[in-house]
Ligand binder design. Structure first.
Ligand SMILES: CC(=O)N[C@H]1[C@@H](OP(=O)(O)OP(=O)(O)OC[C@H]2O[C@@H](n3ccc(=O)[nH]c3=O)[C@H](O)[C@@H]2O)O[C@H](CO)[C@@H](O)[C@@H]1O
Ligand SMILES: C=C(OP(=O)(O)O)C(=O)O
Length: 420
């Protein structure tokens, strides 16, 4: 188990450069197996999810190498094989191999994925989409087996009952090489979906409408990578540093940001009274005082991201009065609350509403990361507290935060990761 040691009372100051988006990268890597040529991705974050995806690729005889943010993947010798269950279970996005393998071979056998423990995470909409394309889906214990007849996948119209990032991406991956046209309605509009569509279109795919609520895909026989694809900046990592800089900073510039991807988050910070200076691709945070409480309701993009409700919580704890969070996507995403209250917080959750009171007397404690965003929010709170905070199960944070120790060092903050 890895532990993160956070010494309280350290202020963030200086610059931090945001890495490539985890939630793009974890879709782009499975998508790479659809290519008939080697693929190169740039601005890839150095995170555990990438290492685990590389292990899954290796099991399929797909060689990959990762150096200085460049990930090279050679899927030309790919073989259908059984995939390592521990790697599959270590991250959510391993379920994208269902769509990608289905697109490539017309069949896939993949274990149920892992990912953050943030409440129920069904995959019924993914399965609905695969079935609409003509696949047969059987669940056998912990495995999902998806097959097609000799005809393979056939383009179809799919209407999703709810907006799901994962289902949109998974069905898109299957449809890219299906015969004919697929029309997906009520799809997610997250920037990471546009990034994936851009990557695939540059290889010859015919995907239109990514970023709107209807995507049309005309299946193609071949995909060839001609250029290196640069992953978009991680808006969740950016939001995390912006919130921590406002809560506990003395002037921080967050670089490599697409401010439009953070509109609802930025407007909530401004509503609190944080005086952000927003440039074309960077945001300066002078630190925040006399903050007003706010109410946040999470929703699919372009709404306030559920992945940022926990990272903004340390900032809400500085506001004068009670803030409220309603997480419509994951009402049970509350693992951080007990841990923060052990550090002197006063947070409660009832009937789907999280209430966050101002907390002045925060102190370090031994706490559990629980999951990626709960874990990182404890880093932010630890820095605002007296004494030392030890965050156990820090692997959760390292799943998705690129070179976090190095980045905090660049902000004059000394974090330590210990253990194996
Ligand atoms: C790797 C990745 O990109 N992860 C993100 C992705 O997760 P993920 O793709 O798993 O999240 P979804 O967008 O699918 O989930 C949205 C909501 O739909 C529900 N649902 C989803 C699929 C389904 O078949 N049936 C169903 O009921 C979920 O329980 C949830 O309440 O989007 C989430 C919501 O923005 C983010 O928190 C995650 O960081
Ligand atoms: C929930 C998240 O990730 P995943 O879907 O990979 O579990 C997240 O990034 O906040």
């Amino acid at each position: 188990m890895k532990k993160m040691i956070v010494r309280g009372g350290q202020k963030l100051a200086g610059e931090v450069t945001i890495g490539g988006a985890k939630n793009s990268t974890v879709a782009l890597i499975p998508a790479a197996i659809l290519a008939d040529t080697p693929v190169k991705l740039d601005s890839v974050p150095n995170i555990l999810d990438v290492q685990n995806l590389m292990r899954i690729l290796k099991a399929m005889n797909v060689e990959s190498s990762f150096r200085h943010g460049v990930l090279e993947i050679d899927p030309t010798q790919i073989k259908e094989s059984s995939l390592p269950g521990d790697a599959i279970r270590s991250l959510r996005a391993s379920y994208y191999f269902m769509g990608a393998l289905l697109g490539k071979f017309g069949q896939a056998t993949v274990s149920f994925p892992g990912g953050d423990n943030i409440g129920p995470r069904p995959i019924d909409q993914h399965i609905k989409g695969f079935k609409a394309l003509g696949a047969k889906v059987e669940e056998d214990g912990n495995q999902v087996r998806i097959t097609t007849g000799p005809e393979g996948l056939k383009g179809a119209r799919v209407f999703f009952d709810l907006v799901s990032v994962g289902a949109t991406i998974n069905v898109l991956l299957a449809a890219v090489r299906a015969k004919g046209t697929t029309i997906m309605e009520n799809v997610a509009r997250e920037p990471e979906i546009i990034d994936l569509a851009t990557f695939l279109n540059n290889m010859g795919a015919k995907i239109r409408g990514a970023g709107t609520n209807e995507i049309r895909i005309q299946g193609v026989d071949r995909l060839e990578a001609k250029n290196i694809h640069t992953v978009i900046p991680d808006r969740i990592e950016a939001g995390t540093y912006l919130a921590f800089a406002a809560a506990n900073g003395e002037g921080v510039t967050v670089k490599n940001v697409i401010p439009e991807h953070l509109d609802p988050f930025i407007s909530k910070m401004v509503e609190m009274g944080v005086k952000l200076e927003i440039g074309e691709d960077q945001i300066y945070v002078p630190g925040g005082d006399n903050l007003k409480p706010i109410t946040i309701t999470t929703s699919p993009f372009p709404g306030f991201a559920t992945d940022l409700q926990q990272p903004i919580t340390p900032l809400l704890m500085k506001a004068k009065g009670q803030s409220m969070i309603i997480d419509t996507l994951y009402p049970e995403r509350v693992k951080h609350i007990a841990e923060m209250n052990r550090m002197g917080g006063n947070i409660a959750s009832a009937n789907g509403v999280i209430t966050v009171q101002e907390s002045r007397d925060l102190h370090g404690a031994t706490v559990d990361a629980c999951e990626i965003r709960a874990g990182v929010s404890l880093v932010g709170l630890g820095l605002m507290s007296h004494g030392t905070t030890v965050i156990e199960n820090a692997e959760h944070i390292l799943r998705g935060y690129d070179r976090i120790v190095e980045k905090f060092k660049g902000l004059s903050v000394d974090l330590e990761v210990v253990g194996n």
